[in-house]
Every structure is written in C-alpha cells, then in structure tokens.
Design a protein. Structure first.
Lengths: 117, 115
C-alpha cells in the first residue's frame, strides 16, 4: 500500500521555537510538496521539490524553509514559529509532470496540525 | 485572478440523491489536468477523479463523475446516490503541465448528506 507519512499528527509549540515537520514517501516520487490548509482558504503551496536538493518557493514561503536530502524525505522547517503559523500542514507527493501518464494526482499524508502558543 | 473557483462553501443533499459540486478554472496552458479530492473530518485527502484537458469523454469512477465543459472552463463533480459517508469537504484542483507539476486548489465545498 503506497504511503506518505508525516511524523506528527498534532504539535503544540511556543512562539519563537524552531519546528521540524517531517514527511516520508515510499512511492519513489520525484515531486514532493508542502501545503498549508486554513478554513476558507483551501490549500496553499508553501514549497515544493522536484528532485533531491532541489526546491522552489510556492505561494506562501515566508517564514518557512525546506530540506530534501534524500528522495523519499521532505522536511518543512519553521525557523521561529509564530502564532499566525498555527495551521494544518499537508505533505504530498506525485510523479513528475513529464511522466507519460500525467495523471499526476497527489498522494497526501494524514496532515500535521500545528498550534503555536 | 483565482485559478480555481468553488462557489459553494456548503451544500446539503438528501441520502440517495445526486449532488453536483461546482468548479470553474482559469488557465492558458493547453495541457492540464483537473482533479477532485475528498477530505473527511479525519483530515486525510483522498483522490477521487481525474480529467485531462485532451480527454474527449467525461471521467467516471464508480458513483463519481466529472462534468467537463472545456469551453466554459468548468469541471463539476457529480456524486450519484449520496451516502452518509460522502459527508466531507471536497476540493477541486488543477495541475498545468507548464507549471512544473504544481497543483492549485479551490477553497473547498463542505458537503453534508442528510439521512
């Protein structure tokens, strides 16, 4: 069974703390994504990566960084957490847009609900 | 301009009836894919159905069908014979081939199925 696993379902952190959200996929996908989900705003792309050590900013990268040292792992880092980063964070992976099928659906993890106090 | 628009924040449907969830999109890329995802209250996002921009036929997957009207740039999801387990949030999304594989999502529609 294919899987995207996020390390923590629920986290509570203090303002100013450094926060790591880990994501691992077992589908050998090139593309990995971090989204943030807030009520009424849908899913907004924070960062994505299309290869090891490659990353690109999404729509709302401010306050976040990412790391992709291995193909299967994509980490989201909040260098200094703030209360406005309280949200649900969703990791996803997919095959590249250049693949023949290009169905390209996203496979999601279960989400990490972060509360920053 | 928003690329994906879902105009219905919330919808109600009676069990066993059909329901249509609206989605319109905006793109100048001739090659794109349209997706619908379901998010139950537990939080995981589940892929439901896919329509490619060059597909001639509307996509169907079991009780789900996608009413694709290319000229109108709409990709409505039709759920037939609604079940209580269909109560969830539904997201329409688009992936443009020229956009490096990124998907853009609408704001979502919360569907409630009434017994």
């Amino acid at each position: 069974d294919v899987k995207v696993t996020q390390s923590s379902r629920y986290l509570v952190k203090r303002t100013g703390e450094k926060v790591f959200l880990e994501c691992v996929q077992d589908m050998d996908h090139e593309n990995m994504f971090w989204y943030r989900q807030d009520p009424g705003l849908g899913l907004r792309l924070i960062y994505f990566s299309y290869d090891v050590k490659m990353k690109e900013k999404g729509d709302i990268p401010e306050g976040y960084s990412v790391s992709r040292e291995k193909k299967e792992r994509f980490s989201l880092i909040l260098e200094s957490a703030s209360t406005n980063q309280t949200s649900m964070y969703l990791c996803a992976s997919s095959s590249p847009s250049t693949s023949p099928s290009f169905t390209g659906e996203l496979f999601f993890g279960e989400g990490s609900r972060l509360t920053v106090l | 301009a928003q690329k994906i628009t879902q105009t219905q924040p919330g919808m109600f449907v009676q069990e066993k009836e059909a329901v249509t969830l609206d989605c319109t999109y905006d793109t100048s890329d001739p090659s794109y894919g349209l997706f619908w995802y379901k998010q139950p209250s537990s939080g995981e996002m589940i892929f439901l159905i896919y329509q490619g921009s060059y597909d001639q036929q509307n996509a169907t997957e079991g009780r789900y069908s996608l009413n694709f009207q290319k000229a109108r740039k709409s990709a409505n999801l039709v759920i037939s014979a609604s079940q209580l387990g269909d109560s969830a949030m539904y997201f329409c999304a688009m992936r443009e081939r020229g956009n490096a594989g990124k998907s853009t999502f609408g704001d979502g529609t919360t569907l409630t199925v009434k017994p």
